[in-house]
Design a protein around this ligand. Sequence first.
Ligand code: ZN
Length: 459
Amino acid sequence: MLLDYGCNKTRDSALSAKPLTILEFEARSALAAITEIDMIENGDPEARHYWQAKQLENLLHHACARSAFWKRRILSKKITAGVLKFMAPLSRADLMRQVTEEGPLMQAPSSEKQMAYYSSGSTGTPVKIYVMPQNARYNGLRSLAQSFIHRSDFRLNRVQIQILDGEQTLQGKSISVERADSWLGPLAPIFESGHNKNIRYVFDRPDALADELLKDPTGMLVCPGGHLDNLLSFGGVDFLKRSGVRQWIQFSDGKDAERDELLHSVGITTSASYSSAEVGPIGFECARVPGHYHVAHSNVLVEIDRSDAVAFGSHQLGRILVTHLHSYASPIIRYDIGDMGLLLARCPCGHEGAVLTEVHGRRKMFLNHPDGRLLKFYFVAKVFRDIVEFSEISFRQTDPQRILLQLKRDNALTEDEERRLRELLSHWIDPVFHIEVQIVRDIDWRCNRKRLLFINEVV
Ligand SMILES: [Zn+2]
């Protein structure tokens, strides 16, 4: 990666006019950090393993010295990287207990604010953890490093979209737009680049989003798959093309090969990152082998816990455990992130580093078949809209053989409508499930804040 700018151009004023200086301090620091990240993630594996082991030992020493909670979990008196595999996985409830009982284990410097981070709790209770200002800086730089590693075209505009649910408001407005001249942060003075837009809109106003997207060529669109599906059901892939989308960068939810194919068919490239609110980046999708995520070695260690493996298709998936090497305020060590996957020692593309694949999101997004298998809930809301009218729809697995379907609408269903809904579901899922249909005035989204179409309440 080093010094390969691809098609990108340095600004005429990029270099410093001061004596004995080439780059101003901030840009120079950012480029140095990006080079460091590249050395760890794409460089010599032995050097990487040494660095990671030392970082892990530093974190374990810190946690043991500052926390009774962690002292109890780190059983060994001699702390080395090798003790990790003997430690019990950390559940979400464990993490919340440590945070509540002990607070932050490291304070931010007096010049900076101590930060707390609240995960969205999209599929359960929100988690509060403490983070250091360095964590936010790392996350920004890691994201920038990916643009170099992927040889992105910096001249494209970058647009990130976020959907707000009914409880979040925009002072009565449907949409808010934050705009900056560049998305390169500390490297903005160095490289020519497109603008950056962060758009938030309330979930039932995709039309407001569409109007905003048509104002400038979108370039890079950054959002979860669910958000993109909303846009696709509003205007189809033609709308994305018309609004100038050239690349879609997916985060936060699972890959869908059909959706990617649809985008590729109109010349839109796709890539994905795998991350979590608690630890930041975990992996970035390989540019050559779709669905394989090069682990973000400069941030995390990843393991797979096979003690509770489940069959999905032809694979046995284990729980993904993540250790965040820079989690000094609220240590995150062997954290069960709630997702499942496979870990390979290297990527089929030749990359010499661990790779996650078959990452299938949280178990809450799968149906549990009574025979122990997991089934993916493949539907999108449009399939049901073709049969009945409703303003909102929700599916929940409420016990091993029962699925509750709720529709927000004013009138009862006709017998024929209800029969067709049941037939559609039974045919595509499995007749073993009993399907209960309820018509409601309001759907209770408190345990499903991202309004996912399906949630499993059994796991
Ligand atoms: Zn690869």
